[in-house]
Design a protein around this ligand. Structure first.
Ligand SMILES: NC(=O)c1ccc[n+]([C@@H]2O[C@H](COP(=O)([O-])OP(=O)(O)OC[C@H]3O[C@@H](n4cnc5c(N)ncnc54)[C@H](O)[C@@H]3O)[C@@H](O)[C@H]2O)c1
Length: 246
């Protein structure tokens, strides 16, 4: 019960890291507004959990930030913690990337995150306490071919996180990012279910395994603890040592 009574918003909560973080946070005593795209996924995952309120909402909708924060205030009574986890990728060389795909990736991964932070800030300031955790990626500093939109969005997340940390520290609000390495989730399952791809990535890590969504949830929880109040503007790499080597 390390975050007993905290009121939490988690985006992308129907799958992967967002699902694991929702489960861990409610086990630790929080109430959660779980947000994901319209569809049965959210209800299937969290419908039976009395500590979870589900909200089917595309975070890139024009009214998304307002709808999500208002629902959190109505259902939970306020917002103490915001976990900006929802994300999408797109794979094509830069010169072949349609602007519509660039915009989609930047809108989900960075623009919607900014708007949610912006709308959550007054709610956190009211209590002079808050935690914002933004999910970036090791791709922010270790880019790859064909990921120009994704890499740019995840580097942008780090910049946004650090600026918000500076602006909000005096209100008792910390803002941190997590940079996951290879994690077995809905986003990566198609690749990692192929033995030769999974084994190659396992060998790239120091700990010789893929990450699980719970590995990231544990990192998010750490950044939300009372004991972490002196950690802000940090980007925590959770990658099993994948990026240590040249
Ligand atoms: N899996 C990895 O190896 C890895 C590595 C580094 C970073 N990440 C990042 O981790 C985060 C979580 O991804 P995951 O791996 O758990 O993937 P996932 O696909 O399993 O989960 C992402 C969730 O976000 C939701 N989502 C996407 N767009 C949305 C939108 N517009 N509105 C509302 N919900 C939306 C999806 O429906 C999905 O449920 C993402 O930001 C991703 O970029 C993943």
């Amino acid at each position: 019960m390390r975050i007993q009574g905290k009121r939490v918003i988690i985006t992308g909560a129907a799958s992967g890291m967002g699902n694991a973080t929702t489960n861990l946070f409610t086990n630790e005593g929080a109430t959660v507004l779980a947000v994901d795209m319209p569809g049965p996924g959210l209800r299937e995952k969290h419908g039976a959990n009395p500590a979870v309120t589900t909200l089917e909402k595309d975070i890139t909708d024009a009214d998304a930030a307002e709808v999500i924060i208002s629902r959190a205030v109505a259902a939970l009574g306020g917002v103490d913690i915001l976990v900006n986890n929802a994300g999408v990728g797109y794979n094509a060389l830069a010169e072949l990337t349609p602007i519509e795909q660039w915009d989609r990736v930047l809108n989900v991964n960075l623009r919607a995150m900014f708007l949610l932070c912006q709308r959550a800030i007054p709610e956190m300031k009211a209590g002079m306490w808050g935690r914002i955790v933004n999910i970036s990626s090791v791709a922010a500093f270790r880019p790859d071919y064909g990921l120009s939109a994704y890499d740019a969005s995840k580097a942008g997340v780090i910049g946004l996180t650090k600026t918000l940390a500076l602006e909000l520290g005096k209100f008792g609000i910390t803002v941190n990012a997590i940079q996951p390495g290879p994690i077995y989730t809905g986003m990566t399952r198609n690749n990692f279910d192929q033995d030769y791809i999974r084994q190659a990535w396992e060998r790239k890590t120091a700990v010789r395994r893929l990450g699980q969504p719970e590995d990231i949830a544990n990192g998010v929880l750490f950044l939300c603890l009372e004991e972490s109040s002196f950690v802000t503007g940090h980007a925590l790499v959770v990658d099993g040592g994948q990026t240590l080597r040249m």
